[in-house]
Ligand binder design. Structure first.
Ligand SMILES: CCCCCCCCC/C=C/C(=O)SCCNC(=O)CCNC(=O)[C@H](O)C(C)(C)COP(=O)(O)OP(=O)(O)OC[C@H]1O[C@@H](n2cnc3c(N)ncnc32)[C@H](O)[C@@H]1OP(=O)(O)O
Length: 299
């Protein structure tokens, strides 16, 4: 299996450095007789049913599927491949790590690094979001675990959310609890999903909702027993795929373009904001204290 080290050009005309070894094991695609295909990369599993035109991405970045730069790099490449392959009309996002959908941004990428690293990291976060939010595919999030902050954003950027009915699986934008501020485009996606008043409340308090509350506030569309999350996601997908692609895609774009454009027109300024915010001493301190608290939770 070849290692790839080079530059990949993304739609926005930006480049993201692929580190040597990141794509290790990718392209190990096996095709079964029933139209099932499996791509294996280190941190992102892609299973697909070619006949149905549905792919499933399983996050596999243990222990908590944090959005590290390496994870994001693999994820972006997988999304791009699926988007460009017209075989796939639908994509299910789920986790391969028991009990965790995604813990959101990798706090270690935001602590004790240099400014260039923060900028590279934030560009990858932006890119991931734009790819998810503007995907031509139908995206269904099969949320089979906890989903704070960036994990919640990925779910909110899907077209439909199915959450496992387990009170430990909380979902929400909890940034304020870390002493940081959700960027405006996280806020916009939340407002688009649950409305202005509920978003104002949830964002300021950093609320993490249990499944019944998440359903009530409209953060998820369905709560089902844990063992039915995948099958429900699949049947929702079948419903959505019954709609002609062109009509659905244009409608999705009509609903989402203004929100995405808000970021696209000020991507560089947003990166600079992030870099100067996260590199402040006070913010570094808050993040370190939070990470320490997470570690001590075990002892
Ligand atoms: C102007 C512009 C302004 C811009 C301003 C900037 C805006 C930034 C927007 C930020 C968005 C975000 O997503 S910020 C990230 C927010 N995420 C969170 O708050 C989640 C924190 N994590 C948790 O709550 C929990 O870990 C949870 C996911 C529920 C899983 O609980 P568990 O008991 O199963 O596991 P734990 O024991 O807690 O964690 C296992 C290990 O993973 C680590 N870990 C957990 N979450 C992690 C994380 N996000 N990043 C790194 N490491 C993490 C722990 O430290 C442990 O490390 P070891 O002890 O070494 O094993």
């Amino acid at each position: 299996m070849a290692l790839v080290a080079g530059r990949k050009t993304f739609a926005a005309g930006k480049t993201l450095l692929l580190r040597a070894g990141v794509w290790l094991g990718a392209e190990a695609a096996a095709r079964g007789g029933n139209g099932a295909r499996r791509f294996v990369s280190q941190r992102v599993l892609v299973e697909s049913d070619v006949t149905a035109g549905i792919a499933t991405i399983k996050f596999k970045n243990p222990p908590v599927n944090s959005l590290s730069l390496e994870f994001l790099t693999e994820f972006i490449i997988c999304l791009e491949k699926l988007e460009n392959d017209k075989t796939y009309r639908g994509l299910i996002l789920t986790s391969d790590c028991p009990g965790i959908f995604s813990a959101g941004l990798d706090l270690r990428e935001m602590c004790g690094k240099n400014l260039a690293h923060y900028a590279e990291y934030w560009r990858a976060i932006q890119e991931t979001w734009l790819k998810l939010y503007l995907s031509n595919m139908v995206l269904v999030a099969a949320i089979n675990g906890a989903s704070p902050a960036g994990g919640c954003l990925m779910a909110l950027s899907s077209d439909y959310r199915v959450l496992a009915d387990n009170p430990r699986y909380r979902i929400g934008l909890n940034e304020t609890l870390l002493g940081i501020v959700a960027p405006f485009w996280f806020k916009d996606v939340l407002v688009n999903t649950i409305g202005h008043r509920a978003a104002e409340h949830a964002l300021q308090l950093g609320l993490l909702f249990q499944p019944t509350e998440a359903l009530q506030v409209g953060m998820v569309d369905q709560v089902v027993p844990e063992d039915q999350v995948q099958s429900t996601a699949l049947s929702v997908m079948t419903e959505w795929l019954a709609i002609p692609d062109h009509a659905r895609q244009l409608t999705k774009s009509m609903m989402r373009k203004a929100t995405a454009d808000n970021l696209i027109k000020q991507r560089e300024a947003d990166i600079q904001n992030f870099v100067s915010f996260v590199s402040r001493d006070s913010i570094q301190k808050s993040l370190q204290v939070y990470l320490e608290k997470l570690k001590q939770k075990k002892h």
